[in-house]
Structures are given as structure tokens and as C-alpha cells.
Write a protein that binds this ligand. Structure first.
Ligand SMILES: [Zn+2]
Length: 336
């Protein structure tokens, strides 16, 4: 049977049938298998500037509270860590899998010493979701996670595509990632120093919006100013990051935003103006802005196939996303 598949990369749409798909995958595996192997062998160091210790595994989304609260039998549903898979690109959707909350959102960011030192106060029962400081600590983990993902993508592009003499698009992506990384590292340092010196109030603003319903979704991510304001205020034109998280919280769910103080008045105005649209706004973030979201398994599987596809499609690295209609999925994720 020859089914036609389509695969979008950048502005180009590729079509191929199933035989060609098999051939493409096997060529890719031969071609880039060694690059992926090399990539996995790259030694990472702790993300804290000047620390050269080996990083340990930590969670970008809190395990004992937020992941646990959406889990079923200790498991959640989300993207497979093995995200650089040609099958995902060809199928147009990221592979999702069931995973234990111990594995979900895990990345290598901080060394043992820094992980203990920095995050001790929010581990386990001590987390206060209404505190600016604690949310800044969650945001620090989100930035670190984002940095590690971007580094991985950058290495992949550099080692894989450019080494093979491929193309303008790869070079453009590489430049883009380099710029993003520089900015992310400088934001990381700023936040890290403010946490260390306990001067967060002077530099960061914070809002927590509580919904009356409990949703089976947990996310913690970094959104750049341009994406954040895109549909609302078309004024932002360079990179400036917001920390955003959303997770079940006591009787409802909490949507938390951290921003740089310079934007406080604008953010307050925006949040007041958009308060009736806040769920729509969260929905937009869930399905189009973040790759780092985890779902309640039962609720995800109840979604119709088209919505499942759109969520998985939008979880793909951003340059493959289409600006297609975003389904309003949050309603499907209400937990009893
Ligand atoms: Zn360290």
C-alpha cells in the first residue's frame, strides 16, 4: 500500500510514500546514527558558571508535588526523551510515552553540591507555591532545562547537519540557537545571582492566578517575550524570558508567571485585561508554546485522535510548528 505522507521542515513541504519513508528512516539511521552516539557521549558540566562538576539528574517540574498530583499509579504521559528521532519529524508529531514520575522532566543541570544548596528549600513538603522566591527557584530549573535542550539541539545541528556540508537552513538554525543560548545563559546568571543575594523583589515580578478547577496537566517552562505578547501586544521585538508554570494546586490549579521587573506595569495591565481569557491563554501556552508539558494518562487517552495529534504536533521543536488552529483542549483535562 502506498500512502502519501507529508513532512514539513522550515518552509518546505516534503511528500513521500511508505516505501520511501522506510528508506528515508534507514538512511537517516545509518547517516546520523554515529552523530547521535557522539552527542550522547558529550560530557556535560554543572550549569552554574565556573563549576566544572558533573551534573546529576534533576526535575524541571517538581516530582513530589506537581507530577505526583497528575499521575496515575505513579505514571504520567508526555514526550519521549529521545526527541531527536526522524520518525517524529516524518510523522509530524512527537512520540509520547507513559513514564514514571521519577523519569518525567528529568535533565542533567546541576551538580550534586549546587542542586542541594540551591533547591534545598523547595524540596518535598517545603514548597510554597505563592512565594516569589520559591517560584523563582522553579523558574531557575526551567531556564536550566531550556538551556540544556537548546544546547542539545545546537550540538545536533553543528555535528550532524553542518558537518555533513548541509545547508543554509542548518546554518541559520545554528546561528539562532547560539544567540538564544547566549541570552538564556545571561538570564540564568541574573536570576541565579538575585536568588543567591536574596534580592528578588527588586528585580522580578510575580503573579499567581488560581483556577477553581483541577486540571490534569503540569508544565513549567520559559517563554520569550515575543511569543508571550504576540497575539496581545505586538510591541516586543527582542528576547526576554518569562517563567510560566501551571499545575494542580490544592482545590484548583495555579498558573504562575515570573517576569523581569521592568515589565511589571505592562504585565499587571495585561493580566487584568485578560483575566476572563486566562484559561484560553493557558491553553495557548500548553498547545503551542511549550515542549515541556506532562499529562494525566487517562484524560489524554480520552482526547479524540485529532486533538491528540495536534498536541503531539505542537510539542515538536518550534520550527516545525504550523500556525494552525489551536484546539481548546483544557476542558478535556478536568480531574475529578
Ligand atoms: Zn555545580
Amino acid at each position: 500500500m502506498k500512502t502519501q505522507n507529508q513532512f514539513r521542515y522550515g518552509n518546505k513541504l516534503y511528500s513521500f510514500n511508505n516505501d520511501e519513508k522506510k528508506k528515508l528512516i534507514s538512511e537517516y539511521k545509518k547517516d546520523l546514527g554515529s552523530v547521535i552516539k557522539e552527542l550522547r557521549e558529550i560530557e556535560k558540566v554543572c550549569i552554574v558558571p565556573d563549576c566544572i562538576c558533573k551534573p546529576i539528574k534533576s526535575h524541571s517540574i517538581q516530582k513530589s508535588k506537581h507530577l505526583k498530583s497528575i499521575s496515575e499509579a505513579g505514571k504520567v504521559y508526555g514526550k519521549s526523551m529521545n526527541q531527536i528521532e526522524i520518525e517524529s519529524f516524518i510523522d509530524g508529531e512527537l512520540k509520547f510515552k507513559e513514564m514514571g514520575i521519577k523519569q518525567a522532566s528529568v535533565f542533567n543541570g546541576f551538580c550534586q553540591k549546587h542542586d542541594n544548596e540551591i533547591f534545598k528549600e523547595i524540596e518535598d513538603e517545603d514548597l510554597d507555591e505563592r512565594s516569589l522566591r520559591h517560584n523563582c527557584l522553579l523558574f531557575l530549573r526551567s531556564i536550566s532545562y531550556e538551556i540544556r535542550m537548546k544546547e542539545e539541539m545546537f550540538d545536533f545541528i553543528e555535528m550532524g547537519l553542518i558537518k555533513k556540508g548541509r545547508n543554509k537552513l542548518a546554518k541559520r538554525e545554528s546561528r539562532k540557537h547560539k544567540k538564544l543560548l547566549r541570552k538564556l545563559y545571561s538570564d540564568f546568571t541574573l536570576l541565579y545571582e538575585a536568588i543567591k543575594s536574596n534580592k528578588l523583589e527588586n528585580q522580578f515580578g510575580f503573579a499567581s492566578i488560581t483556577t477553581s478547577k483541577k486540571y490534569g496537566i503540569a508544565l513549567s517552562t520559559v517563554i520569550n517575550r515575543r511569543s508571550f505578547f504576540k497575539s496581545i501586544l505586538p510591541i516586543a521585538n527582542n528576547f526576554d524570558y518569562f517563567g510560566v508554570s501551571f499545575f494542580p494546586h490544592e482545590d484548583g490549579s495555579a498558573f504562575n508567571i515570573i517576569w523581569r521587573k521592568g515589565w511589571s506595569i505592562l504585565m499587571k495591565k495585561l493580566l487584568i485585561r485578560e483575566k476572563d481569557n486566562i484559561l484560553k491563554f493557558i491553553n495557548h501556552i500548553i498547545v503551542s508554546e511549550t515542549e515541556d508539558t506532562f499529562y494525566n494518562i487517562g484524560l489524554f487517552k480520552k482526547l479524540d485522535k485529532q486533538k491528540q495529534h495536534l498536541v503531539k504536533h505542537n510539542a515538536m521543536p518550534s520550527y516545525t510548528r504550523t500556525e494552525s488552529e489551536i484546539p481548546y483542549i483544557l476542558d478535556d483535562f478536568i480531574m475529578n
